[in-house]
Structures are given as C-alpha cells and as structure tokens.
Design a protein. Structure first.
Ligand SMILES: Cc1cc2nc3c(=O)[nH]c(=O)nc-3n(C[C@H](O)[C@H](O)[C@H](O)COP(=O)(O)OP(=O)(O)OC[C@H]3O[C@@H](n4cnc5c(N)ncnc54)[C@H](O)[C@@H]3O)c2cc1C
Ligand code: SF4
Ligand code: SF4
Length: 406
C-alpha cells in the first residue's frame, strides 16, 4: 500500500489535487474513479519527505481555524460562524455579473475587481471543462471576462489545486476562489511554504453544503438519455438565482430542470463522505466567504440574487470596502450571525454535530481529521445529550456498515 492511500481508503480525501501538485504529476495522479470521485493514485514510490509534506497540507488530514495573526482589527467571534469583520447581504454591482453568478455574483465580482484594480495578475479557480462540460477543471483567469465565464457553482468533483505549486513558481500575485476545504489546504501549505502568503494574496470561498460525487450528474444525464460526449454545455445554476440546471447537446437539443427538482431528495445528493464530517464548511480560513441567503436554507423560486458576505481577515475587509467604494459590490443590509443561522440551518446542525462524529470515528480506530481553533467541542456541548449520543452512535453504525471506506 502506498503511504497516501490511507487518506483515500478512510474516505477523508475530497479530491482537491494538492497532493498531485506536491508530489509531481508523474508520481501521484488524480483520477476520476468509477464511483465518481476524484482521488489520487500513487504511480511511483514517494520519499518520506514528500509524504510528510502531503500529510501536513492535506485537508483530509488537518483542518484548522483562522490564525490569530490574520484576524482583522474589527474582529468579532461567533461560536457557530467563527471570526468575522462584519456580515452583510449584497450582490455584484454589474447586473450581468449578478445574473450569471451562482447567487448574486459576489465571488465573480470580487475576482474581476481584483484584476481590474491591479491587485492581482490572475485568479485561480474552477470552471466547466470546455472539452467535456459535465466535468470541472482548474482554470486561470487573466481577464475579468475570463472570471465571469467561470461563474456558477459546480456541484461535482473539482480539483483546483492540481497545479498549485507550479502556480506559486510563477511568482505573481494571484487570488484563489474555491471551496472551504480547498482554502484549508492552502492555509495548511502556507505554514511550510512562504510563497503561499507571498503570492496568493486573496482566498475567497463559498459556504459549502457538500460536493457531490459525479454519480449525481451522471444520474441526471441518464434521466435525460444523454451521454457526456454529446454535451456542449452543462450548467448547474446561475443565469438567475438559483437559475436552471441546463444541458445542451452538439445536435442542438436543450434539457432543463429546476434547482428544487434536482436537490429535492437528499438521499440522491450523493455527497462525498468527507463532507459529512467537514469541520469547516463555512470558510473560516478564507479572507471572504459568500453564501446563499434563502430563509430556511433553500429557494422557493427564482429571485434577483443576494449573497451573504462574511469578510474574516484584514485583507478581506479591506478588499470588500474597496469593492463597495468602487461599485463592484452593492450592500443592501447588515446581517448578524443569527440571520445566518436562519439562512443556513444545515450548516448550524453540521457544525454542532461534527465533534461527536469525529470522536466516534477515532473511537473505532478509523483515521479522523485533526482539528483546532474551530470551537467544535464547545459547540457539541450546546447540544442535548441525546443529540450527541445520536451523532456518535450513528457514526459508529456507519463505520460498521462500511460507509467510511473507499
Ligand atoms: C459544492 C457546493 C456546495 C454549496 N453549498 C452551499 C450551501 O450549503 N449554502 C450556501 O449558502 N451556499 C452553498 N454553495 C455556494 C453557492 O452556490 C454560491 O457559490 C455562493 O453563494 C457564491 O455565489 P456567487 O454568485 O458569489 O458565486 P459566483 O460569482 O458564481 O462564483 C462562484 C465561484 O466559485 C467557484 N466554484 C464553483 N464551483 C466550485 C467547486 N466545486 N469547487 C471550487 N470552486 C468552485 C467558481 O470557479 C467561481 O469562481 C455551494 C457551492 C458549491 C460549489
Ligand atoms: S484531500 Fe487533496 S491533498 Fe488530500 S489526498 Fe485528497 S486530493 Fe490529495
Ligand atoms: S462540505 Fe467541506 S469537505 Fe465537502 S466540499 Fe464542502 S468544504 Fe469541502
């Protein structure tokens, strides 16, 4: 067994791609397996040094809170929502960006603003693969138009960090937009590689309910009687909030479904196992996190698109203030952590459940994530004893049923 395999076999891997970048593509290769998960396969023996570097940076091993030196001068702390320098509802100042973005286009607007204002040379993020638009690739946006072309949430596997070391080697300032676990990986790497803080100037994230296996999208294509090879476009959401899920084919056919229909049945979300024990799905280590703001956690129809916006660091609040000043972002309401609870009840539940789930994993001898600075133990203590027992016992049952093995 290769020494990276335990991260994968214990189902703690989320397929971010950083191990491939650290070890080098010929040695470790991320592949989309038959179960619809992107996972690293070790092709050549790895040195002990490489293995140690991967384990230190991997978000399937270590997930921590924001380092105190990154707190903003306006730092406040909420037990559930973490460190923040304010919370607002807002949207992209440009109506086209607001429309095409997943929610209100805030992440794309910030990426575009960073390029237009010369703060960064490029933005690293993910987009649909032009060769196969069901799948996702990591992409470098050099222009504001490039950023907009990659707008929208991609719910299948995405590996934005596959080339991260090579990107650091460019020695150019850049921004990174990705999921909270991808941000955790970058912050982990920053502890040993000073180039991260030197060049990766802004880390922007989305509040994340979980990443589906590719089986979710394959099932939808099956329902439509389509194959991946036929597609010219596959969009999960955006072009409205939430917008339709749309497929278009080479022979000119178009297929659509609503967000509500796609996500109605939670048993068919096919969420990756790592997400069930995610200690930081709210982007605690990012400079700015952006979310949906639907009361109750889901849409009841289409709307114009509003984001929850949570700057967390000094870099984040400075960027947000500048983007507001220059019209890239429009703010229409101040929010509180309790408003966020109403918009994200599933995040509150998970944040309070994760400690018991990880504790249960450890008790079976199963590898579990190392966490710090995320208040998980304290949050668990706010639950009723019976709730904690349910989370703990449920996880033990799932381990026995093989649900934590890949
Ligand atoms: C898997 C997933 C689960 C989510 N779950 C929730 C949730 O539970 N609650 C909630 O409030 N919001 C959730 N979101 C976030 C929400 O869909 C929007 O992304 C967020 O509100 C930002 O909207 P926006 O209009 O500013 O984004 P946009 O302006 O459209 O920008 C989106 C950015 O995210 C990047 N991106 C898209 N998909 C991925 C991916 N899979 N991995 C890495 N980067 C990606 C794109 O490259 C783009 O730069 C989720 C998003 C994803 C991808
Ligand atoms: S989570 Fe990322 S770094 Fe860790 S094993 Fe998976 S792909 Fe590699
Ligand atoms: S729930 Fe956590 S592990 Fe899963 S994709 Fe989102 S941030 Fe990553």
């Amino acid at each position: 067994m290769s020494t990276l395999d335990p991260i994968v076999t214990s189902a703690m891997c989320i397929g971010c791609g950083l191990c491939e970048s650290i070890a080098g593509a010929p040695n470790v290769q991320l592949i989309l397996n038959e179960a619809g998960r992107e996972r690293p396969v070790t092709r050549n023996p790895l040195s002990a040094e490489t293995v140690a570097a991967v384990y230190a940076a991997c978000p399937g091993v270590n997930v921590n809170g924001l380092e105190p030196e990154r707190f903003s001068t306006e730092d406040a702390l909420d037990q559930v929502w973490g460190h923040y320098a304010g919370m607002w509802r807002g949207f992209a100042g440009d109506p086209d960006v607001r429309h095409r973005g997943a929610t209100g286009g805030v992440l794309s607007a910030l990426g575009r603003y960073l390029l237009k204002s010369g703060r960064v040379d490029f933005v690293l993020h993910v987009s649909a693969d032009p060769e196969n638009p069901l799948r996702n690739i990591h992409t470098i946006s050099n222009t504001p138009e490039d950023v907009l072309n990659a707008a929208g949430s991609r719910y299948g596997p995405a590996a934005p960090l596959r080339d991260f070391i090579k990107i650091l080697e460019r020695q150019q300032p850049f921004a990174f937009i990705a999921k909270p676990c991808d941000i955790n990986a970058v912050r982990n790497l920053a502890k040993s590689d000073p180039r991260v803080d030197e060049y990766c100037k802004y880390l922007l994230t989305l509040v994340c309910g979980g990443a589906s296996e590719m089986t979710k999208s394959w099932d939808l294509l099956d329902d439509w009687g389509l194959s991946e090879e036929e597609l010219t476009l596959f969009r999960y959401r955006g072009y409205g909030n939430p917008g339709l899920t749309v497929a278009e084919t080479k022979d000119g056919r178009r297929f659509e479904t609503t967000y509500m229909d796609l996500w109605e049945d939670e048993n068919k979300w096919n969420i990756q196992t790592r997400c069930k024990v995610c200690p930081d799905a709210i982007g605690e280590q990012a400079d700015i996190a952006a979310s949906d703001v639907w009361p109750g956690g889901g849409p009841t129809g289409e709307d114009a698109g509003w984001n929850g916006i949570i700057p967390r660091t000094q870099a984040g609040i400075d960027l947000l203030n500048a983007a507001i000043r220059d019209g890239a972002i429009i703010i229409d309401k101040e929010l509180t952590p309790r408003d966020m609870d109403i918009f994200q009840p599933h995040q509150v539940r998970k944040k309070k459940a994760v400690w018991q789930r990880l504790k249960a994993l450890r008790s079976t001898g199963h590898p579990a994530l190392n966490t710090s600075g995320l208040r998980l133990d304290a949050l668990s203590q706010t639950n009723e004893v019976i709730e904690n027992a349910k989370e703990y016992g449920g996880t033990i049952e799932r381990v026995k049923a093989g649900k934590f093995s890949e």
